[in-house]
Design a protein around this ligand. Sequence first.
Ligand SMILES: [Zn+2]
Length: 203
Amino acid sequence: MSSTPAILIYGDPVLRRRADDVTAIDGNLVSLAEDMLTVMYGEPGIGLAATQVGVEKRLFVYDVGDGPKAVVNPTITERDGLWLYAEGCLSLPGLFWDVIRPKEVLLTGWDLNEQPIEVEADELLARLFQHELDHLDGVLLIDHLEAEQRERALGLFEAISTGAGTLMAAGEHSEHSEHRKHSERSERSKDSEHSKHREHSDG
Ligand SMILES: [Zn+2]
């Protein structure tokens, strides 16, 4: 476990870089995916991009309740509808923001057995795919916020990071921290009350 990678937190420049295409699905990549899953399962998260553990390769892992999965060189080829969801990120821990994104996507890529995959995703899974793909492009959740909201978000994040605003921040999002350890990865909350009931980050 000592070699388990740590999750990079907002502010780390690697999170802003575009990850490189994977050129070979080999033992190293499989080990990386396994390590990433270990990290992800240790957190209240349902997805994790390689970028988040400092590896600039186009790979992400996820588990929305039906077992661990990995996607190599993912692409979203179709998008449809819009969906509002309180989205979180393990690189901005403890914070959630309402973000509207396409409700359905078609994801293509490769699995770790070098087989092509194609997944039609809706709602939570579609959100996860978009979130992880963003990571591989150096895009973060806060980039989807309005300027004013982003400023407030970063202030809150900074306050939490330094510990100065922990109480205030915890007051606003206390449900998350209290229930983190009871996180149900497959749980999804309803639109109107999602902020109060969110228990996991998208990745
Ligand atoms: Zn994330």
